[in-house]
Design a protein around this ligand. Structure first.
Ligand code: ZN
Length: 249
């Protein structure tokens, strides 16, 4: 019984059932490719820091610094304890992504969007920052998530490791599947408004150079005797959450 492939070799143009046509195995001179692309654009701005008179009282002042600018409910995001030190909004890294979701799933869509944008561009770091957030300009979609040109953010604060003062900076961000030319200008204007509010606060002592603390490489281990917060950063002197002195063992 003759085999099908032998018959085709003899010039028979009809391919056997289930076999590819002979012509498909020849590489054409020009390949026709179907193109796929996604351009994600995240951007943000952060102001100089404002030194605040120390004390946990100052923490309670943070949401008021968004007055007149917030166009949604103001949410406070506290620093993440050591067990979330690997949390990253990157879905391709499941362990980091799970930590991130466990830490942030309870926040609203505006805050989650702001965290994705501002953490992706390193404008905030929840190992030591307290982040106070709202929608500041633009629209949200039907699910409540900000559009790509909506400006989100507010203020971020951390404790100065040298003095224990609270340092507050204004921080805004935007982005997604698109870019609009005027968003940068709107973001800069809002950043100025936020910084004005921070400087107008009763505890503000003036602008200061920011030296951001260095997060630990997963070691940490300092537990706050005042609030029980397990700090994720190596040389923390003040509790990132409550601002009280951490006791070193
Ligand atoms: Zn504490």
């Amino acid at each position: 019984m003759p085999l099908d492939f032998l018959k085709r070799k003899g010039g028979d143009a009809t391919p056997a059932a289930g076999a590819p046509a002979a012509s498909s195995s020849t590489l054409p001179e020009e390949i026709t490719a179907q193109e796929f692309q996604l351009k994600l654009y995240y951007a943000g701005k952060s102001s100089e820091g404002v030194r605040m008179k120390a004390g946990p009282r100052a923490l309670a002042e943070l949401p008021s610094m968004l007055i007149g600018l917030a166009q949604s409910e103001v949410e406070v995001v506290e620093p993440l304890p050591i067990e979330f030190s690997q949390a990253t909004p990157n879905i391709a890294r499941p362990s980091e992504a799970m930590q991130w979701l466990n830490a942030n799933h309870a926040h609203g869509p505006i805050t989650r969007h702001a965290l994705v944008v501002l953490e992706s561009i390193d404008a905030i770091d929840l190992a030591f920052d307290t982040f106070v957030c709202a929608l500041l300009d633009g629209e949200v979609d039907t699910s409540g998530y900000p559009e790509y040109n909506a400006v989100v953010g507010g203020v971020a604060s951390h404790w100065d490791e040298a003095t224990g003062d609270m340092i507050v900076r204004a921080v805004v961000g935007w982005g997604g599947k698109g870019v609009r030319g005027d968003t940068d200008r709107i973001g800069a204007r809002i950043l100025g408004g936020l910084l004005t509010n921070v400087l107008a606060n009763q505890f503000a002592m003036g602008l200061t150079q920011i030296e951001r603390p260095v997060p630990a490489a997963g070691r940490g281990g300092l537990v706050c005797a005042h609030c029980g917060f397990a700090s994720g950063h190596e040389r923390a002197f003040y509790c990132p959450k409550c601002g009280m002195r951490l006791l070193r063992g």
